[in-house]
Design a protein around this ligand. Structure first.
Ligand code: NI
Length: 255
């Protein structure tokens, strides 16, 4: 079985000590492809460096809503330049985070960074990877008013059925992470809401380790636990979900 982790951060400094070992172990575990996701200028550059030196690793460039402090909109020109690299398959992660950001002015700035980066994705003919937290209505509003031609992915999608339905209506893929394995997370209805041709799996490593590894550093080998949970809910075999999410990953990232 081949698996595709569509969202991880091997560019994070938590992997500085043993990155190459973990990459090797990841491929040996049956993960055939994975994405290294940028979240600011430095991490986007690092993501490209990692992707360029490994065959089945691809990456994204972008500034996340939690990384805009101290930046100007014109700094996004660097993201646009970097994203012309053939290993860059999407702009992301980008979006809105009202859970961590309570300041109204900063939330406005998050919106501007989000919109500018959607514009970059359209200029470069790429999809986007969306981070959204406690910002359901504003996220959907921006996506309606600023169409990303290639759509993209709701990464680590909040288990909010209304958000999922709206995202699907706009043509987006829905990606689930280890949070669906957490006790009390109630993932059944959200997972059932997503049709098989729109579902993706991810780890968001080094964060969000699934059960039974919660609290430890996460890596892409654990993406199988997300597939296992989806298989259980959707009444499919693990192999079927592995194959379906692999093919969806190839489609959304146009590999
Ligand atoms: Ni992430």
């Amino acid at each position: 079985m081949k698996l595709f982790d569509t969202h991880s951060h091997y560019n994070d400094e938590k992997f500085d000590e043993d990155r190459e070992e973990i990459i090797k172990a990841t491929f040996e575990s049956g993960v055939d492809k994975f994405m290294c996701i940028g979240y600011n200028i430095k991490s986007s550059r690092k993501a490209i460096e990692i992707a360029e030196s490994h065959e089945n690793i691809y990456c994204t460039c972008g500034v996340s809503p939690n990384d805009i402090e101290g930046l100007k909109l014109e700094d996004l020109k660097q993201i646009e330049e970097m994203a012309k690299n053939p290993k860059v398959l999407a702009i992301g992660e980008i979006g809105l985070d009202y859970y961590w950001e309570k300041d109204i002015n900063m939330r406005e700035l998050q919106k501007q960074f989000f919109i500018k980066q959607i514009e970059i994705s359209n200029r470069l003919d790429l999809p986007i990877t969306i981070h959204t937290r406690d910002a359901y209505l504003d996220t959907i509003k921006i996506l309606k008013e600023n169409k990303c031609v290639n759509t993209g992915i709701f990464h680590c999608c909040p288990l909010n059925v209304e958000l999922i339905k709206d995202g699907l209506k706009l043509g987006y893929y829905i990606s689930f992470s280890g949070t669906i394995t957490f006790k009390n997370s109630k993932p059944e209805l959200p997972v059932e809401t997503v049709p098989l041709d729109k579902i993706l799996i991810e780890t968001d490593s080094p964060y969000l380790s699934p059960e039974p590894f919660r609290g430890k550093r996460n890596d892409s080998r654990n993406v199988i636990e997300v597939a296992r949970k989806i298989a259980e809910i959707k009444n499919k075999t693990l192999e079927e979900i592995g194959e379906i999410t692999y093919q969806n990953g190839i489609k959304v990232y146009k590999l």
